[in-house]
Design a protein around this ligand. Structure first.
Ligand code: LR7
Ligand code: MN
Length: 527
């Protein structure tokens, strides 16, 4: 009887202990489900993995296998590197290295790029928590798509080398380099020869200059990976950048994910986070991309967790391939540069998807000093020549408040750079701005009365004094003052006057313009 009792007690004790501690059935698991899992956001990895001794881990709750994707061998190798620019340190520049000729072709210092290693090391500037995060063992693979137009040799190669060195090979289906009709010699046979060493790199080329959006679309149409990952052609991916992006898509395929975009300085190539680091994407009334702080109510307990962002920066992101096409890809009518990031962002939100920025994934990008490439004549750029004076409108010393003047027309040519003072953009707001469509200075032609000078004034996009129309009689009509743009050729002055279509000083010719753009611009003027 006594023995029986003892045995019974023993059994009960054993059972109770088992009940409490057995994973996934025990009371402990109930406790854990309730309290500990809360610390991990849904969709993020769990914080209590159970080691199985094979380098793989079962997550504590959802039964999915996760693992540590870091490549410690390569991390160690990088740590030992030394030399100029290594560890993302600024290259020590001398006066000569700063010469403008170093920037002309790329908008960043190609001399410095040529003098630092293609496989240079980068600092690991991720949040400390990222070092311990684990991601699904089974992640989708990806096609990495890189559009380029006249990219520098070493900046392009460094992009590829950084991908090869810092990405698990099993996750890369292919790397597709899409050449947007570059002219530079090094991007032809030499590039093919160089890339032959990488079995996963494919090179495709557009048949004419398409602009970055259709170039990306061409790459996407050829891609075979489960996920599409887009990068610019002058990036350096940082440690363990890809698994956190793919992980987020694996958890919900209707997700677009963006890495943190770090700054590679266009002068010295130093690598650092953007000011303020993790911020949300936004845009202003001019449709300029902005970064704004994450409001306190949306801040995560763990700042290394992915956070939602309304719009993306544009260039660097990953998306499930099938879903990208379900979204309709990009609008192929988008020209050369810009705007596509809003299109895709809006579609994501309107089609029941989500967009995340992922702090544990970091990619450096060279922010240019200026846009180096040419825009084919047309789009919405034009020069404005006066018939009587045979001079052009020039915005040279254009700052807010300055008067527009006439000047000798710059040499003719079918293509010109975007930064030119005699090129103007005719936007859908029906105002006229100096410069190229997205990098316009934010000034507009402005007139306050029927006899005032025409000045440059901060664009407000609300028409009013900044509303212009081009009429069939070649006059530039200003509806608010009911007058036309006129000039004095001798003094090179530009001012408003009562409309007189017979006066040649009031006749302006728009050169190098795409007629469709002009017709849209003019909707009200000729009606
Ligand atoms: O005609 C062109 N054809 C191209 O193939 C013009 C450009 N390109 C290529 C070019 O080589 C580069 O790889 O397209 C890519 C982007 O052009 P950039 O680097 O001249 O422009 P950017 O760095 O200012 O680009 C930002 O904005 C663009 C237009 O909206 C695109 O969305 C870019 O991808 C975007 N870059 C980023 O988001 C990286 C972070 C910087 C920002 C913002
Ligand atoms: Mn870029």
């Amino acid at each position: 009887m006594k023995r029986k009792q003892k045995r019974f007690l023993q059994m009960t004790l054993l059972f109770t202990v088992a009940l409490i501690f057995l994973p996934n059935v025990g009371l402990w698991s109930l406790y854990k489900d309730k309290h500990l899992v809360k610390s991990a956001e849904p969709g993020e990895q769990q914080t209590f993995p159970l080691g199985l001794g094979d380098g793989q881990f079962y997550s504590w709750t959802d039964g999915l296998r996760r693992k540590d994707w870091h490549d410690y061998e390569s991390i160690q190798k990088e740590a030992m590197r030394s030399g100029k620019g290594e560890h993302g340190k600024p290259y020590p520049l001398t006066e000569e290295d700063h010469d403008d000729s170093a920037y002309r072709e790329n908008g960043f210092n190609i001399f410095v790029s040529n003098n630092i290693a293609l496989e240079r090391s980068l600092p690991d500037i991720r949040h400390a928590n990222c070092k311990h995060k684990m991601y699904l063992e089974r992640l989708p693979n990806t096609s990495i798509i890189i559009p380029f137009h006249n990219e520098g040799w070493t900046s392009l190669l460094r992009t590829i080398h950084s991908i090869i060195n810092r990405t698990p090979g099993s996750l890369i289906a292919e790397i597709i380099l899409v050449d947007d009709f570059s002219e530079r010699e090094h991007l032809k046979d030499k590039l093919e020869e160089y890339m032959a060493r990488f079995s996963k790199v494919r090179i495709v080329r557009t048949k004419k200059r398409e602009g970055l959006i259709r170039t990306r679309l061409l790459g996407a149409s050829m891609a075979r990976g489960e996920v599409l990952t887009f990068l610019d052609s002058h990036c350096e991916v940082n440690v363990n950048w890809l698994p956190p992006l793919l992980n987020q898509i694996a958890l919900n395929h209707k997700t677009i994910v963006c890495p943190m975009i770090d700054v590679i300085d266009h002068n010295h190539f130093g690598y650092e986070a953007q000011a303020g680091d993790a911020m949300r994407g936004a845009f202003d009334w001019e449709m300029y991309y902005k970064r704004i702080p994450i409001p306190p109510e949306l801040q995560r307990a763990d700042p290394s967790d992915p956070f939602e962002s309304p719009v993306m920066a544009g260039g660097l992101f990953a998306v499930n391939r099938k879903w990208f096409w379900e979204l309709g890809g990009y609008d192929p009518g988008l020209e050369i540069w810009g705007g596509e990031q809003y299109e895709i962002s809006f579609k994501v939100w309107m089609c029941g998807g989500e967009m995340f920025d992922v702090p544990c994934s970091r990619v450096g990008h060279i922010y240019r000093k200026y846009v180096p490439y040419k825009v084919p004549s047309g789009t919405s750029l034009a020069r404005i020549r006066n018939v009587a004076a045979n001079l052009c409108v020039d915005s040279k010393h254009g700052a807010t408040g300055t008067e527009l003047r006439l000047d000798i027309c710059v040499k003719d040519g079918s293509e010109r750079t975007w930064s030119h003072e005699q090129l103007f953009t005719f936007g859908w707001r029906e105002d006229i701005r100096p410069g190229e469509p997205l990098h316009t200075r934010k000034f507009c032609f402005d007139a306050i009365s029927h006899n005032s000078p025409v000045t440059l004034y901060d664009c407000h996009g609300m028409k009013g004094n900044q509303l212009w129309g081009y009429r069939k009689d070649r006059t530039l009509f200003h509806p608010v003052s009911n007058s036309c743009m006129d000039c004095n050729p001798a003094e090179k002055k530009i001012f408003m006057a009562r409309c007189d279509p017979l006066s040649e000083t009031q006749q302006w010719i728009f050169e190098h313009i795409n007629m469709t753009v002009l017709e849209k611009f003019n909707q009200h003027a000729n009606s």
